[in-house]
Design a protein around this ligand. Sequence first.
Ligand code: ATP
Ligand code: MG
Length: 302
Amino acid sequence: MNNTTDPTKLTRLHELSGLLPREIRGQSHVLPRISSVVRRGELGLTKPGRPRGSFLLLGPTGVGKTETVVVLTNQIFGAGQLFRFDMSEFQNQEALGLLLGARLGEIGYLGAVREKAAEGSLLFDEAEKAHPRVLDILLQLLDAARLTVATGQTLDFSGFYVWLTSNIGSAELMSLQHSNEATLERHVLTRAQQSLRPEIFARVNEKLVFHRLSYEHQLEIAEKFLSREIEFLASRGHALELDASTLPFLVRKGFHPKLGARPMRDAVEKLVGDAVTKCLLEGRTACGTLAVDEIRDCLVVR
Ligand SMILES: Nc1ncnc2c1ncn2[C@@H]1O[C@H](COP(=O)(O)OP(=O)(O)OP(=O)(O)O)[C@@H](O)[C@H]1O
Ligand SMILES: [Mg+2]
C-alpha cells in the first residue's frame, strides 16, 4: 500500500496553520485544535467508519464560527464543498423526509450532497433547534458516518467533516460582561451539554467556545477588510493611505454588540466605495488619505 500523501494536500495542510489566524481574528485558542483534527483527518488517521472529524462550535453571533468552516473547507477541498443546513428549518417531523427523502425513490438533501461530493464539510447551524428525529440522524452521522436514504441506499459520509454550531448560553454572555473568558467558556459548555443530547456532545471530536471579540480584534478585522479594499482599488489605479482615525471609525460602523463583526465587510465596502465614488464624480483622482469626516459621518479622500 502506498502511504505517501499527495503533495498538493500536504501544501494545503502546511498553509492551514498560517491561514486560519490570518483570516479569523481573536480566536487563537481554538484554531490549533481545529487544525489538529483536520491534519489527522487529511492524513488518514481517523478511525474507520467515522467522519474525518467533528466539531461543536459555540459562542456568540458574528465572532467567526461559520467563517472558520468556510475558510478551512475552501483551503482543504476548494470551492463548492461546504454544505450548510440551518437546523431552525428542520424543527418538525417533515424535516426527516427533507434530509433523507420522504418517498421511495427520493434521496433527500443529504443524498443530493453525497451525489455531488465524496468529501467536504457538512455544517449544521443552530443544531439545538433540530427535531429529535433529526438529531438522531446527526448522531448516526457522528457515530457511523453512514445514512440510509428513502431509496434504500446506504451512503458513506466518512470523507466529510461534520460541524455543529450553536449560540446556546451565549445570550447570557452579554449580561456577564465582566466575567473572564474561562468562566464564560465553562458556562457555555454546561448550557450546551444540557441542551444537546449527551451522546451528541460526547461524539464530537472537539467542543470549542469562540470568544467575544475584544476592541483590538475588532480593529484587526476592520484592517483586514480595509487592506483588501485598498489592494483592490490599487489594482484600479487608486492609491489610498490610512489616517489614524479610519480604523476606529470603521469599527464604530462595522461592529455591532449583538451582531458581532457581521456588518464589517459591507460597512468597509460601502464607506470606502462611497468616498472613492465621490472623488471620481468630482473629476478628481481617488489618490490620497482616507480620512473621517465627522460632520457628515462618512469617509473622504483628502
Ligand atoms: N473572528 C473573526 N475574524 C474575522 N472576521 C470575522 C470574525 N468574526 C466575524 N467575522 C466577520 O463577520 C462575518 C460573520 O461571522 P460568522 O458568520 O463567522 O459568525 P458566526 O460566529 O457563525 O455567528 P452565528 O452564530 O450568528 O452564525 C464573517 O463573514 C466575517 O466577515
Ligand atoms: Mg454561523
